[in-house]
Design a protein around this ligand. Structure first.
Ligand code: PEP
Ligand code: MN
Length: 355
């Protein structure tokens, strides 16, 4: 097998696929063979120890599944990755020549567990992929990266798998793309993978999320695949067959992050200058707006009137929705934008009124 660190680590796009869980030897081997046939998979994943939210569901086959993965690798030449959450799991994974380990979302939230894994990895230096924590907290995610880095691990990658939220949403785990973008900004050059399977929780929108990730310059995808998805012992709803995976990967429009063309760079530079100019103007206007708002604050102060006037706020929003519709600005954006402007305005008035 090729040296993963030198050969595959920087391959773009990096495609990781395989079952949510290793279930039986036959399932692991058949998945591996069918994935290999696609010629599109760089690393095979399989959960051996499954941290389930509720007890009672399948909690993973355990260490006895590791030789199956070893066998699958020998057969196909595809390196393998498993999730680890304890020192013992790291040791077992290493004993059976697992090539890459990943830290799951339920582990990233717990500094004790991450530290235990980090300590077990000391002196090993195999690639480690770190999923975002289940809650939208970039500090926890960053803390996990720092703990693993301090163990001497040089190949670290991030996996964006979305964030839990209460109640129904379109997603199993809301992508909150802005957090992924911010994490990427904070870690330039770090491998960044998207996990459409755990974001979607179902099959029908996997392609849409995968495409979005590629458009946002992710380096690769981790997508669960199973030889018989409906019968999977975990995450049945979101898994697809290796053949379906192959079809999906060929439907994605792959983008590059740059190109050696003077014409392209010149055109982009011009447009970016326009954007910078418009952003400057917008900030000027916002600053003027806040000054007007401060004046209103002075009147409110002199007359002992509350800062928040719900009717006025409603009418601002209604007006903005109408105008936004005509200008091609989505209601979602208008709401977020006016919320931010309104909160800033309130804090300016607060300063004036309580001085
Ligand atoms: C998984 O990859 O099967 C898994 C358990 O994912 P997560 O940690 O993102 O929930
Ligand atoms: Mn899963």
């Amino acid at each position: 097998m090729k040296n993963l660190v030198d050969q595959k680590w920087l391959k773009r796009p990096l495609i990781i696929s395989g079952p949510c869980s290793a279930e039986t030897e036959d399932q692991v081997i058949e998945t591996a063979v069918r994935l290999a046939k696609t010629g599109k998979v760089d690393i095979m994943r399989a959960g051996i120890w499954k941290p389930r939210t509720r007890p009672g569901s399948f909690e993973g086959i355990g260490t006895k599944g590791l030789p199956w993965l070893q066998h699958a690798k020998k057969l196909t030449g595809i390196p393998v990755t498993v999730e680890v959450a304890t020192a013992k799991q790291v040791e077992d994974a290493l004993t059976f020549e697992v090539d890459v380990v990943w830290i799951g979302a339920r582990t990233t939230v717990n500094p004790f567990s991450v530290q235990e894994v980090a300590d077990a990895l000391r002196g090993v230096d195999i690639p480690v992929l770190i999923k975002n924590p289940i809650n939208p907290d970039l500090e926890l995610w960053t803390g996990a990266v720092e703990r693993i880095a301090k163990s001497g691990t040089r190949k670290i990658g991030l996996i964006h798998r979305g964030f839990s939220s209460y109640g129904n949403t379109d997603y199993r785990n809301a992508p909150m793309w802005h957090l992924a973008i911010e994490m990427k900004r904070r870690n330039p050059g770090m491998l960044f993978i998207n996990d459409p399977s755990h974001i979607c929780g179902r099959r029908d929108n996997l392609l849409e999320v995968a495409q979005k990730a590629i458009d946002l310059d992710f380096d690769g995808l981790i997508i669960e695949s199973h030889v018989d998805p409906d019968k999977a012992w975990s995450d049945a709803k979101q898994q697809i067959t290796p053949e379906k995976l192959s079809e999906m990967l060929s439907q994605i429009v792959w983008r590059r992050d740059d190109i050696a063309s003077d014409e392209y760079h010149a055109a982009l530079e011009k447009l970016r200058q326009q954007i910078n100019h418009l952003d400057d103007e917008l900030m000027q206007i916002l600053s003027t707006r806040m000054k007007v708002s401060e004046k209103i604050g002075e009147y409110k102060k002199a007359n002992s009137i509350t800062i928040l006037q719900t009717n006025r706020w409603n009418s601002i929003l209604e007006r903005a929705f109408d105008k936004g519709d005509k200008l091609g600005l989505s209601r979602e954006f208008i709401t977020k934008y006016f919320d931010a402007v309104h909160m800033e305005s309130i804090s300016h008035q607060n300063r004036i009124m309580n001085d």
